[in-house]
Ligand binder design. Structure first.
Ligand SMILES: Cc1cc2nc3c(=O)[nH]c(=O)nc-3n(C[C@H](O)[C@H](O)[C@H](O)COP(=O)(O)OP(=O)(O)OC[C@H]3O[C@@H](n4cnc5c(N)ncnc54)[C@H](O)[C@@H]3O)c2cc1C
Length: 215
C-alpha cells in the first residue's frame, strides 16, 4: 500500500505542513470515524452521499440497498472519492480570516469492488461492530432475503491522503491587541444515555456493549 499523500493526485499542496504520511495515522482516523462521504456522478452531476463504514485491514467497507443509485453506480466501477472528517475544535482567532478548525481528515480515491456473497456476512459484521463493538453477536442473524437486498462495497486504501490540523491560529502580531477572546473551543463526540424502544421487554437490561460505550 503506497504511503498516504504519495501519489500526484493525493499530494497535499494547500498547507502541506498538515499532511500526514504514516499509514497508522490513516488507520487511526478511519477507525475513529462513524460516517464517510462518498461521491457519485449521476447524469453528469456530482452527488456526495453519507454512509456508515468500517475499515477492514487496507480497505473501507460500506453497505446499502442493492437498488440505490450510489451502490449500483459504484458497483459498476465508477471512480469515486471517499472522505472521513473528524472535527476536533473551533479555532477562534481575532479575525474571521484567521479563524479555522482543528480536524483529522482522510480522502480515499479509487474504484469500489463488490464484496462477493461468500464474504458479505463477514463484511456486515465488521461494519456493525465498528459502529458499536460487540453488537453483531447479540443480533438476530441476517436472513438470505436481507443479504440479497444489500450490496456491500469495498474501496481499497491504495490512494489516500491524511490532513490533520491541531493547535491555535497563526495570527499576525498586529492582531494580538484586538480586544476579543481568542483560543480554541474543543469539540468532543460522545454518546448519551441509552433510550429503550417503547416496545422493549422491560426485563431486558441495557447490555454491557451499549453501556460501556464512550468515544
Ligand atoms: C472540517 C474541515 C473544514 C475545512 N474548512 C475549510 C474551509 O472553510 N476553507 C478551505 O479552503 N479549506 C477548508 N478545509 C481544508 C480543505 O479540506 C482542503 O484541504 C483545502 O481547501 C485545500 O483543498 P485543495 O483541493 O485546494 O487542496 P490540495 O492540497 O490542492 O489537494 C491535493 C490533494 O490533497 C489531498 N487533500 C486535500 N484536502 C484534504 C483534506 N482535507 N483531507 C485529506 N486530504 C486532503 C487530496 O488527496 C487532494 O487531492 C477544511 C478541512 C476540514 C477537514
Amino acid at each position: 500500500m503506497p504511503d498516504p499523500g504519495s501519489t500526484d493526485r493525493t499530494r497535499i499542496r494547500r498547507l502541506p505542513e498538515l499532511a500526514i504520511t504514516e499509514q497508522q495515522k490513516l488507520y487511526d482516523v478511519l477507525d475513529a470515524g462513524l460516517v464517510a462521504h462518498v461521491s457519485v456522478l449521476d447524469g453528469g452531476l456530482p452527488y456526495v452521499v453519507p454512509v456508515a463504514y468500517a475499515r477492514s485491514e487496507a480497505r473501507v467497507l460500506f453497505h446499502g440497498s442493492s437498488g440505490s443509485r450510489l451502490f449500483t453506480t459504484l458497483a459498476d466501477g465508477q471512480p469515486t472519492c471517499l472522505t472521513v472528517t473528524l472535527l476536533d475544535g473551533l479555532v477562534l482567532a481575532r479575525s474571521a480570516f484567521e479563524s479555522s478548525m482543528n480536524y483529522r481528515s482522510v480522502m480515499v480515491l479509487g474504484s469500489c469492488s463488490v464484496v462477493p456473497d461468500s464474504d458479505k456476512t463477514d463484511a456486515l459484521r465488521v461494519i456493525t461492530d465498528h459502529l458499536l463493538p460487540g453488537r453483531w453477536d447479540s443480533l438476530r442473524p441476517v436472513t438470505r432475503k436481507e443479504l440479497a437486498a444489500t450490496l456491500v462495497l469495498s474501496l481499497a486504501l491504495d490512494e489516500c491522503s491524511v490532513k490533520i490540523r491541531t493547535g491555535g491560529s497563526d495570527e499576525p502580531v498586529e492582531d494580538h491587541n484586538w480586544p476579543v477572546w481568542a483560543g480554541v473551543l474543543p469539540i468532543r463526540e460522545s454518546f448519551g444515555e441509552p433510550v429503550p424502544m417503547a416496545d422493549l421487554d422491560p426485563d431486558i437490561d441495557v447490555p454491557e456493549h451499549v453501556r460501556k460505550m464512550s468515544r
